[in-house]
Write a protein that binds this ligand. Sequence first.
Ligand code: PAF
Length: 274
Amino acid sequence: MIIAHTIEALEEAKKTLSGSIGFVPTMGALHQGHLSLIQQARKENDHLIVSIFVNPTQFLEGEDLDAYPRKDEADIKICELSSVDILFMPTVNTMYEEDELCIGAPAVRGYVLEGEKRPGHFDGMLQIVMKLLNLSAANNAYFGKKDAQQLALITQMVKNYFMDVHIIPCEIVRDDKGLALSSRNTYLTAEEKERALCLSRSLKRATKLVMAGELDVKKIKQEMLEVLQEADSVEYVSIVNREFKALDSVEIGNTIILVAAWVGKPRLIDNLWI
Ligand code: PAF
């Protein structure tokens, strides 16, 4: 495995590749969720590039940029064991200059839900993903469905900017109790980890209701909010179509149910595609 810290080193390393390139961008602190993206990308491509970069422009003032878990040594081992060809680990100065040209999240879809609660987050996220996709020159790039809105916006960016890369959505990975894996789960105490299960439980309740024929969004949300009482506070429960437009009635095959809530220190998100 080649570890590249600069653009020049990355370009040099890419010269050793021939055939299709799969790419998994991450912010490190790799867990089983990342591993499933890495394994899928490994299977479906001749070569595999992974990036680890904690992108400052997608953190808002007062968020956990400085505290964000960093586990470079363990991450490098994981990538080595997963047969990654190139691990790209740039510095902030490598990725950004002052007074940059910026791309922005779309005015509607980029400013609801996560975009409303974290204004500016998606601008920074799209900025770095555009750079990383261009640098990797990947044929296929892998993103988890857990960050459903991020995935939708990246897919839209690739479409709107006619970028030559396939965005591959990957399933959410959960622990054995149902908690969606996230690097921020490391902030949870044992007691909070138990309470955090209310997010996935609320989605299970929604599934049961839909399976029983209940499609009314208001009723489903009400029941989910009951389950979510164990969280310290709920930021949103939302039921939207795959384009992130609010629905009154669940459309089977075109609906995402999303939840965001605080449990202890971290703000957690989870969702269900139906
Ligand atoms: O999902 C993430 O880890 C990040 O948002 C990403 C896509 C690596 C961009 O920094």
